[in-house]
Design a protein. Sequence first.
Length: 239
Amino acid sequence: MKIIKEANYEALSKKSAEIIRAQVSENPASVLGLATGSTPTGTYEELVRMYKQGAVDFAKVSAFNLDEYFPIKKSSDQSYDYFMKQQFFRHVNVAKTFIPNGEAPDYAAECENYEKQVAESGGIDLQLLGIGNNGHIGFNEPNDYFPAATHYVMLDESTIKANARFFANESDVPRHAITMGIRTIFKAKKILLLASGAGKAEIVKQMVSGKITPQNPSSILQLHPDVTIIVDNDAGRLL
């Protein structure tokens, strides 16, 4: 587990974008696993800037999103489908994009199909992650076990409260989602996790050096052979 501490969010975003740029430059047909939320927004902005300057080309890249609320319309400005298009995909030339379908008539079939699509792609080369205050990665919430494959999940109350800031009211936050499972994430060749802000300091410490337990899903990353964690000074203050 490699830990990089940057001074602030801007520096964190530039560093993570450079790691992704290097991955695509080394393997132009890379399969990227991408995340949503406030933390990776700066990374996407930096990658868009690099693309417009000709420093990176996504023409052969495939991208799989970690998760999506369920049910939710793709057109909703709170869907992750909408987020990814607005923040990244509409600005660059990613060849193939995959996001779980929040409008699927059968969530179980959608989970199975998404897992199959990841496998058929050859697996994720580099998986970008954030981390929730409760240690969730993707929408893998604290549990009694590590869910393996892409699955339908009930969101933890702490996740709902944390995400309420993006909605008009907390009652508008979807209570369920489709997410890649821990095994799906863990099979990525490289993992890049970002954490910013003092509120993430304790869970980052537990992720890096705490007990490996499904009650803190991020702790499983201690066992992955190629994980890079980038934190700003606030998120890394307990390391």
